[in-house]
Design a protein around this ligand. Sequence first.
Ligand SMILES: Cc1cc2nc3c(=O)[nH]c(=O)nc-3n(C[C@H](O)[C@H](O)[C@H](O)COP(=O)(O)OP(=O)(O)OC[C@H]3O[C@@H](n4cnc5c(N)ncnc54)[C@H](O)[C@@H]3O)c2cc1C
Length: 392
Amino acid sequence: MNAALDRMMDFDLSEEQRLVRKTVREFAESEILPHIEMYEREERYPTELVEKLPALGLMGPMIPEEYGGSFSDVLTYGVICEELARVDWVVASVVSVANSLCAGSILKFGTDEQKQRYLPGIAAGEIICSACLTEPRGGTDLGNMETTAKKVEGGYLLNGTKVFISHAEHAGLFFIVASIDRSKKHKGVTAFIADPREMKGMTIGKFPMRTLKRDNLAEVHFEDCFIPDEAVLGDAGRGFPILGNALDMGRFSVAARCVGQSQRAIDLAAPYAMEREAFGQPIGEFQLVQNKLADMVARTEQSRLLVYRLARMKDAGLERCSLESSLAKLKSSQAATQNALDGMAVFGGYSVTAEYEIGRLLMEAKALEFGEGTSDLHQKMVAEFALGIRSL
Ligand SMILES: Cc1cc2nc3c(=O)[nH]c(=O)nc-3n(C[C@H](O)[C@H](O)[C@H](O)COP(=O)(O)OP(=O)(O)OC[C@H]3O[C@@H](n4cnc5c(N)ncnc54)[C@H](O)[C@@H]3O)c2cc1C
């Protein structure tokens, strides 16, 4: 790393937050990073790396201590997501899905029994979480979901299919959204949490991917799959605000992960630019290469500031920050994609060889532009706030 860039990164952090960054970075660089290429080559989900997280309290930064978590402020959680994503996006995704989408929803909307049942296991790394939201005919228009939950004695029968589901094969908790009445659109949406190992009528299939294969994305089918009344999170038909709340925090952690990925592109491209020579000098001395590095640093800092500001707002008690979450997610995921592209330009043809990591960042960053709301959706939301069509 580079002392000048480090100073910008840490300008607003407390001593304790700096220490968390240092600790997570050292852990991530020594315990995770050296193994990623092997998992990538073998297209294998990094279970063994995820198992290292609980020892440092990294599985439960948003889970209170009474449930075994290492509860911290939102900014510290963002720094953790950033540092983990700097070395590996799958490991960072495990933490972010567990804390932002699942534990956060259970803490806010769950019963005491649901909290006791799931939160200690999540914090201990014994329960991996998976969010089943997207469907084959659309992920953006979630209010129009086709998966149904029909009320029967003692519970509900789920029918439908979810696609692109991260961590599903490894999960001990599914956060599912389904409609109890499709004619009511978003007012029929209901949120459920359940242990997939107890769900008869649920099957998990492979979701074929061209890249990002070690993510192990899955298709989840529900066919007359019974889940008990106790699996409802909050109230039936009141799942849409729960989803909105989960996605607000989810967008924060995805944005923080994008900052880590943007930073990684700089960390890789800058030393390469000083090593690689052309026309008798390091390519880093060519102004066109310098322009790319300067843009990469500026983009990363802009997105980091948006993410940290959002964290500060959440730490100040504002739970829903839709405008700021959309803006942070939009700009930081676009920055991560553009940094991967600029970083690849610095590496030239070597960027697409197996020898260098930089090319891998591109697909990961682009995928982060889709997850938890596409760039188009966030652009639309930001514009609607500006136009007064949408209000706080
Ligand atoms: C690697 C990866 C991991 C994922 N993990 C999960 C997961 O764990 N759980 C889960 O549920 N989902 C997951 N997803 C799915 C992701 O959330 C969806 O891909 C995303 O929500 C978009 O849905 P879609 O792909 O169906 O696109 P669509 O909704 O079909 O949209 C297609 C295009 O139309 C545009 N569009 C749609 N509506 C509008 C509009 N109103 N205005 C302007 N443009 C619009 C979109 O921006 C997009 O460009 C994952 C995706 C990826 C790539």
